[in-house]
Write a protein that binds this ligand. Structure first.
Ligand code: COA
Length: 267
């Protein structure tokens, strides 16, 4: 499949290519199993920010270059000599994981291989995870004497439950994609050869909807992990009321009654 590169965006450690309404962001250090250096994280934050503002992009897919890895996590080489103050400063302006979480457009992790440590945290920050049968996943920080620092202690239990999250985090063990699907860590597993096709199919299906409705729906569902039930239900009602005021609601209802496809205006 061809992905024309985005001209405006120049990066060293990632590539950004468009196909129709979907933009593919590829972590591009295959010789290092796409380990995420500070530069890569900064470039990803910048790309997400620009894509969220771009009219062209309606869905974002994140994957890893090469045949082996989504990403083997944070670049371990950079841990050597990093002081606590330096680490603290890295959080000051918001992390990659915050940036993915805050992207208003749908973000899909296309997990094509190794997905460890910060790589799993990146996948968990995304909205949907589609994995290759070849993928291996793990919250592996404990193996090098540290703990997750990119959100796993909070996002993993919300996805898989407390006991399973603790088992993965405390053992550092790796699991295959079938097990990841069984525990709810990924949402679909497909044969490796079909991974890209299936992921883009999902992205394009979402992209065919009203972008405004997609955005409101994503906001409401993502709030469910942050808000107590009563507040979450009230929040959903407010967003629903907002959706009722949209041009796309008028168009969607009219199209249904006239038995035709809707022509969304995304407002
Ligand atoms: N950070 C920096 N470099 C990494 C890396 C990481 N997280 N993971 C892999 N690499 C590099 C290796 O150092 C190696 O580079 P080199 O060829 O210059 O020595 C290259 O990627 C290939 O890795 P290698 O270990 O030779 O591949 P493998 O197929 O034998 O093993 C893994 C793959 C993923 C099992 C193994 O690399 C690994 O355990 N990586 C660390 C995963 C991890 O715990 N991540 C969380 C960090 S907090």
């Amino acid at each position: 499949m061809g992905f024309p590169q985005a001209n405006s965006m120049k990066f060293e450690t990632i590539t950004v290519g468009h196909r129709g309404p979907t933009t593919l962001v590829t972590l591009n250090r295959p010789d290092k199993l796409n380990a995420m250096s500070t530069m890569m994280k900064e470039e990803l934050i910048r790309a997400l920010h620009e894509l969220d503002a771009s009219e062209k992009t309606r869905a974002i897919v994140i994957t890893g270059a090469g045949q082996k890895a989504f990403t083997a996590g944070a670049d371990i080489h950079e841990f050597q000599g990093r002081t606590p103050i330096e680490q603290w400063r890295m959080y000051e302006h918001g992390t990659l994981y915050d940036a993915v979480d805050r992207t208003s457009k749908p973000v899909i992790a296309m997990v094509n291989g190794y997905c460890f440590g910060g790589g799993l945290e990146l996948a968990m920050a995304c909205d949907i995870r589609i994995a290759s049968e070849r993928a291996t996943l793990g919250q592996t920080e404990i193996n090098i004497g540290i703990i997750p620092g990119g959100g796993a202690s909070q996002r993993l239990p919300r996805l898989v439950g407390l006991g399973t999250a603790l088992k993965l985090t405390l053992t550092g063990d790796r699991i295959d994609s079938a097990e990841a699907l069984r525990i709810g860590l990924v949402d679909e597993v497909v044969p490796h050869a079909r991974l890209e096709k299936r992921t883009f199919q999902i992205a394009e299906r979402i992209a065919s909807r009203s972008a405004l409705a997609v955005r409101l729906a994503k906001t409401a569902v993502r709030a469910s992990v942050r808000l107590p039930l009563d507040q979450g239900l009230r929040y959903e009602q407010s967003l629903f009321a907002l959706a009722m005021a949209s041009e796309d609601k008028d168009e969607g209802v009219r199209a249904f009654l006239e038995k035709r496809d809707a022509a969304w205006r995304d407002r």
